[in-house]
Ligand binder design. Structure first.
Ligand code: CUA
Length: 343
């Protein structure tokens, strides 16, 4: 009876363990969208190439040290009539050896680590510049070469280095797309640099890596790498304004609501609004329908998710600066009809 009672929490834990493990794996494990162990570009590969030798060195040190502790506790354990084993305290030779070995190991880890830290943030000369701005709670992307501005999804050319110049408009954020590079802070009033490159066209997930307020966990980074020619046409298209909705259509009613309800104060949507509030803005909506995610890449860009989002942003994303405008269902439908024309 006593035994059964004592083991019940343990049994529960054991039963829950595979679930917890699976839960963790679905986010960050191997084959998960956020693993650092499957590099997709030269910079993440550089980190990976450093990680594994350090990991195996640590494994060898662990096995040797733990093995020595276990061996010593068996070989030299106290038995009746046993004399005290030979004491080695103050043995100069041993002191030198077990100081020198860690020094050599740590130095051989530190040199490539420090070199790598600088290398991963000092952009190559031919890199394509991109500016990344952190906002509570989404990332804004600007392409200084042609003036394009977008948000939530960073589109880059595959196989080419991108040099991100980063800063924050409010609090400290951290840009982390594990398949492409390590983490790097976005600090208000300060500029940091990060090299990004994807070897192949594809989609890569990331996450703000610094607690930055209520919806930090919903501040995601998404990178889409396109073949060079596709990227160039995407980039050129960003400068085009959106099409005027047909007069009298539901989309036209949606555009009117966008202008009347105050959305236009924070969101750029060309040609109707070319410069939204520079210091306190939301994502540029001109080509919203090209993106597959909304609201800091936290939700899918589907009519259902857009509906939930417009109905009550702070409910979907705690602390959201996009307020609940108290829109009616009809108003929301009209706005979505207009948003769907923003291709
Ligand atoms: Cu931004 Cu966490």
């Amino acid at each position: 009876m006593m035994r059964a009672m004592a083991s019940r929490p343990l049994r529960r834990l054991l039963r829950a363990a595979p679930l917890l493990l699976l839960g963790a794996c679905s986010l960050i494990g191997i084959d998960g969208p956020m693993t650092s162990l499957e590099p997709q570009g030269p910079f993440s590969e550089q980190i990976n190439d450093l990680f594994w030798p350090v990991f195996w060195t640590a494994v060898v040190v662990f096995v040797l040290v733990e093995g020595a502790i276990v061996a010593a506790s068996f070989l030299f354990r106290d038995r009746p009539g046993r004399k005290e084993p030979k004491q080695v305290h103050g043995n100069t030779k041993l002191e030198v050896i077990w100081t020198a070995i860690p020094v050599i190991i740590l130095a051989s880890i530190a040199v490539p680590t420090v070199r790598g830290i600088f290398d991963l943030t000092e952009c190559g000369s031919g890199a394509m510049p991109v500016e990344i701005y952190g906002h509570q709670w989404w990332f804004e992307y600007r392409y200084p070469e042609n003036g394009a501005i977008t948000g939530n999804v960073l589109v880059i050319p595959a196989g080419r280095e991108v040099c991100a110049t980063m800063t924050s408009e409010d609090v400290i954020h951290n840009y982390w797309v594990p398949a492409l590079n390590g983490k790097r802070y976005l600090v208000p009033g300060h500029t940091t640099y990060l090299r990004l490159q994807a070897d192949e066209p594809g989609e890569y997930w990331g996450q703000c890596g610094e607690f930055c307020g209520l919806s930090h966990s919903l501040m995601r980074a998404r990178v889409v790498a396109l073949p060079e020619a596709e990227f160039q046409s995407w980039l050129a298209k960003q400068l085009e304004p959106a099409a005027e909705p047909d007069e009298g259509s539901e989309a036209a009613a949606g555009l009117a609501l966008f202008q009347q309800k105050g959305c236009i104060q924070c969101h750029t949507a060309r040609p109707w609004n070319t410069v939204a509030n520079q210091n306190f803005n939301g994502p540029d909506l001109t080509h919203l329908m090209e993106r597959d995610v909304i609201a800091g890449a936290a939700f899918d860009n589907t009519p259902e998710d857009l509906k939930n989002w417009l109905a009550n942003p702070p409910l979907e994303k705690p602390g959201s600066y996009m307020p609940n405008l108290g829109l009616t269902e009809q108003e929301i439908d009209s706005i979505i009809a207009w948003l769907e024309t923003l291709k």
